[in-house]
Ligand binder design. Structure first.
Ligand SMILES: [Zn+2]
Length: 342
């Protein structure tokens, strides 16, 4: 019962045009991390491809067919999202890695799993690729967990961008809680505090939009006053993390100022909740993170938080004064107060 990493060197085979931030060199960072943790005794396994049946739980069958038709071709699906000849197969491996993580954790073979994948997934909609994403990896994972007996699944997304795809796929579903902490206003434009889910899913979408420039202390406030309390009240059977590292201060896309240590602290906070609510069951999946050095060190901090015995989160102190976290807590609690004790 420990952490397992799910990884293959094949993630480099998904090629994007020169200058694209979601570049194959990101896979080299993943290779180095997987090798280092394997040397330290952590189990690392290669993923299987996600099946069509697993994908169509969250994507339209026509959409899956459309992406499959990019096999063997380089295409531009939108101004941000590209395929190379291998991309379809690699996207199947990325989604499959998350499914694999769910199977290992839900069967109690492992306490936690981290899928070190690309392409990322959280912008992918039911029938539309978007923002570098082809298949919504964490959504496929959450839907799979539901078939394996998880009554309630929580997804926490700390990528700097709002996970529009994940939100939309579960916005009417009270069994899947989606919590996102993101820069706002920013790409993709969704993720306002007022977006709280629809119909039976009202209250089960929690958006924590932070103004550009947020620091470690802002995230600490948002985690301690909103993320952890809502998760504890929801009591998930499985916690899935959309782990993006583009809120790091070095990231070329994001405008936040998080330090590497903050990613470790966020992950430890989430582990504490999972330890209390669901026997530590966590499946994390890589989303963004475009500064290669920051990606490597921050991912390492997260993996360290999930490996070995639990230690309480130690938030770094940036010493920068900011009221962004307080403002976010205020805005979001006004929207979700009818549903949660926050
Ligand atoms: Zn992102």
């Amino acid at each position: 019962m420990s952490l397992i990493l799910i990884h293959t060197t094949r993630f480099a085979e998904h090629q994007t045009p020169p200058g694209h931030p979601e570049r194959p060199e990101r896979a080299d960072v993943l290779d180095a991390i997987a090798a280092r943790w394997r040397d330290r005794g952590t189990e690392v396994v290669a993923p299987r491809e996600a099946s069509r049946e697993q994908l169509v739980r969250v994507h339209d069958a026509d959409y899956v067919r459309r992406i499959s038709e990019t096999r063997g071709r380089a295409t531009a699906l939108d101004p941000d999202t590209y395929t190379s000849p291998e991309s379809y197969d690699i996207a199947l491996l990325a989604a499959g890695a998350c499914v694999d993580g769910v199977e290992r954790v839900m069967s109690n073979a492992h306490r936690a799993a981290f899928a070190l994948v690309r392409p990322p997934g959280h912008h992918a909609e039911r029938a539309r690729p978007m923002g570098f994403c082809l298949f919504n990896n964490v959504a496929v994972a959450a839907a799979h967990a539901r078939t394996m007996g998880a009554r309630k699944v929580a997804i926490v997304d700390f990528d700097v961008h709002h996970g529009n795809g994940t939100q939309h796929l579960f916005e009417t579903d009270p069994h899947v809680l989606y919590i996102s902490i993101h820069q706002y206003p920013y790409y993709p434009g969704t993720g306002a505090a007022e977006e709280i889910g629809r119909d039976a899913g009202r209250g089960f979408t929690v958006n924590l939009p932070l103004e550009v420039g947020a620091v470690d202390e802002d995230y600490q406030i948002v985690f301690s006053r909103m993320v952890s309390p809502v998760l504890r009240e929801f009591e998930p059977d499985l916690l899935i993390i959309s782990a993006g590292y583009d809120a790091h201060e070095r990231d070329p896309l994001g405008g936040m100022r998080l330090t590497t240590a903050a990613f470790g602290a966020m992950t430890r906070e989430l582990r504490a909740v999972a330890d209390d609510c669901c026997r530590g069951r966590i499946v994390a999946a890589l989303e963004g993170g475009y500064d290669l050095h920051a990606l490597g060190t921050s991912l390492d901090a997260s993996i360290d938080a999930l490996a070995g015995p639990h230690q309480a989160a130690e938030w770094p102190s940036s010493g920068i004064r900011s009221s962004r976290g307080e403002a976010t807590v205020e805005a979001t609690s006004a929207s979700i107060r009818p549903f949660w004790r926050v």
